[in-house]
Design a protein around this ligand. Structure first.
Ligand code: URA
Length: 244
């Protein structure tokens, strides 16, 4: 891999900052000062140091993205842009993929990682990791509908077989224009699940945004389409939740 890429990926700043580091002669490969950003290095064979500190290559990357509408939470698609298309090329080499899917018209939190084990545990309904959404719905949401949704409703899965949803938590936030804003937390992620749950009680989801996956909350400073790496604390909490 190119030396500048390696340093950018291991926390030594942007490519421009890395260039400055190289110019200032503090980067060594096997003890020899290297200034050429394009030099290829292989950490399994060579030792790279910055200010005489050894660079450790990291295997996993964890990103949170605020997915916009009209963007697929897939790795590639012929017709639509995907969350991967929004990534800076520096992240592409890590082969990250979205952990779980959001519909094309759903906005909000997507976790992108190449840590397959964590991704699996987040998605697995067995782990009971809550996903929190805000839905703007039309139609009357009665107290009895809320109760039904919280206990479990019968919906059809993709194969036209019906199943009962696991218990959900609902919190009516209030009116938004002619609609009602409701927060809903579920632990499953069946196809169009939130939309179909509301449809089962006669309501229609007009807008949907995911706000959280377990303890991981969408950073509201991220504009639609923006992303950032998880902090160490965010990652530790998420791992803690999924490892029991
Ligand atoms: N439920 C839905 O209906 N759509 C999503 O994108 C996520 C959950």
């Amino acid at each position: 891999m190119r030396l500048d890429k390696l340093l950018a990926h291991t926390g030594y700043g942007t490519r421009t900052e890395v260039k400055k580091l190289l110019k200032s002669k503090v980067v060594k490969v096997d003890g020899v000062i290297v200034k050429d950003a394009k030099q290829k290095v292989d950490l399994s064979q060579q030792v790279v140091t910055v200010f005489d500190e050894q660079v450790e290559y990291r295997e996993f990357v964890y990103l949170m993205m605020n997915k916009p509408q009209n963007c697929l939470s897939a790795t590639r698609d012929r017709d639509y842009r995907t969350v991967i298309d929004l990534l800076d090329e520096d992240y592409l080499m890590f082969d990250v993929a979205p952990a779980g899917r959001l519909d094309r018209d759903t906005e909000g939190l997507v976790l992108l990682t190449n840590d397959g084990k964590l991704a699996h545990e987040i998605i697995s309904p067995k782990k009971d990791v809550f996903k929190r959404y805000v839905a703007h719905i039309s139609g009357e949401l009665t107290a009895s509908s809320i109760k039904q949704l919280e206990v479990g409703v019968e919906i059809l899965d993709g194969n036209n077989e019906s199943f009962i949803t696991k218990p959900a938590k609902l919190n009516v936030i209030g009116p938004v224009n002619d609609l009602t804003a409701v927060e809903i937390c579920i632990t499953e992620g069946k196809f169009h699940q939130v939309k179909r749950m509301f449809a089962s009680v006669g309501c229609k989801v007009v807008y949907l945004k995911r706000l959280a996956i377990g303890s991981l909350q969408l950073d509201e400073t991220l504009a639609l389409g923006e992303y950032r790496e998880l902090t160490e604390e965010e990652l530790a909490c998420l791992k803690e939740e999924t490892t029991h």
